[in-house]
Design a protein around this ligand. Structure first.
Ligand code: SF4
Length: 403
């Protein structure tokens, strides 16, 4: 790997300051480092497990997709916007289903932001201005290793120059004392949550002057929010599943908090460009995921795992994802029964069951492009090397080749 500077696409923090010098990787967290360190462990093009030339695999993929009657395109969260755009065009041309990981990840929060139901801000503004940094149902210490140091709790920046112990107020709400919760010492509060809905109600009661559940904690946090003026809540999977689709009172809570001080919401984090896919889909279809270009609508039964479970598809084009590793065992058993075309840079469990494997590039290493950070900021990524086959060029060839 040549010396240079790059952006890590290991998660939606999209850290832009990764330095490679003499094959050593600087500034990346453990997850980010391993992407750069093991970048040369690539998959070979194959058909039914047998190694073939790249063009053969591509032509076979075009044949399979052209003759499919019910196609789903899935994954797409680790590839740039430019490639996602072509995948959406392909789904449209083939009247296919298209979906990503956001349905079981934080897609709901992204949708609420895109619809204007939750006020949001950027991580750069958080770094310069935010006082209360509230992690709810997420453990960034483990899952988004540089979130706290790059953007939120630790930086001295803008109006927050006096260090985290004086100039930030950390709140962690979680069902257990996570590693992030262990950081709660001075100028901080940990709430061990039994029910996220009850905590929402607790905040609403406090703001109405009533002593509800968690009244001590909510009262103190609201006071700190007033003191800090600019505050942010980062919501993770724990919050999403805790609210169980009932977002009305949560939206009301944030609205009421904004009568006291500025309080913004940012989804905690996910795959590098999941938000990019959701934003593109929203622009083009009005829905963020689980979409059918046959019915021109989004529905829960169009979620990829449901399509597989219900025998609704005969072919899956999977891009930059490993559903054989992440889906439940009974769904994976069914996935094995349909045609799978996989576009991915690395060997995976899905590559073991795919009929056709087409190797692609890794964004930030051998392909560039645009990705959308967890806060909605678009990041232009320059590659370290010039790769031969980018996701965009592969998908473009398939789009042009399929009938
Ligand atoms: S925090 Fe995310 S983007 Fe940053 S180095 Fe780690 S994996 Fe990469």
């Amino acid at each position: 790997m040549p010396d240079g500077m790059s952006t890590c696409t290991g998660c939606s923090c999209l850290c832009p300051d990764i330095v490679i010098k003499d094959s050593k990787i600087f500034n990346a967290c453990r997850k980010g480092s391993s992407i750069f360190k093991h970048q040369d462990e690539r998959i070979e093009p194959s058909i039914e497990g047998k190694k073939v030339k790249f063009e053969e695999a591509l032509n076979k993929a075009i044949d399979i997709i052209s003759s499919s009657e019910k196609l789903a395109i899935f994954g797409l969260d680790t590839i740039p916007l430019e490639a996602q755009e072509v995948a959406i065009e392909l789904a449209k041309k083939r009247k296919a289903y298209i979906d990503d990981n956001s349905a079981f990840c934080l897609g709901d929060f992204i949708e609420l932001i895109l619809k204007g139901d939750l006020p949001t801000t950027t991580l750069d503004d958080v770094k310069s201005n935010a006082y209360v940094i509230f992690y709810w149902g997420t453990d960034p210490y483990n899952s988004l290793s540089r979130h706290l140091s790059m953007y939120t709790y630790y930086p001295r920046a803008g109006k927050r120059q006096r260090g985290y112990e004086e100039d930030r107020y950390l709140v962690v709400a979680d069902v257990r004392e996570s590693h992030t919760a262990k950081l709660v010492k001075k100028n901080a509060k940990f709430i061990k949550v039994e029910s996220d809905e009850a905590l929402v109600e607790g905040f609403l009661s406090s703001m109405e002057g009533k002593a509800g559940k968690y009244y001590e904690e909510t009262g103190r946090i609201l006071k700190e929010m007033q003191r800090g003026k600019f505050n942010v809540i980062f919501g993770g999977l724990g919050l999403k599943y805790g609210l169980n689709g009932k977002y009305g009172r949560f939206i009301e809570m944030i609205k009421k908090m904004n009568e006291l001080a500025e309080v913004y919401f940012i989804p905690a984090g996910f795959h590098a460009n999941m938000r990019g896919f959701n934003e593109l889909m929203f622009e083009k279809t009005g829905s963020i995921n689980r979409y059918s270009f046959e019915t021109e609508s989004s529905a829960p039964e169009y979620e990829f795992s449901e399509l597989v479970k219900n025998d609704s598809i005969d072919t899956a084009l999977i891009v930059g994802s490993d559903p054989a590793n992440s889906l439940p065992f009974d769904v994976v058993k069914k996935l094995k029964e349909i045609n799978i075309v996989l576009i991915d840079p690395k060997p995976s469990l899905t590559s073991k069951i795919a009929e056709v494997v087409i190797p692609s590039a890794i964004t930030g290493i051998d392909q560039g492009g645009t990705m959308v950070r967890s806060d909605g900021v678009r990041i232009k990524i320059e590659p370290l090397l010039e790769g031969e086959y980018t996701d965009e060029s592969i998908l473009q060839k398939i789009l042009e080749g399929v009938s």
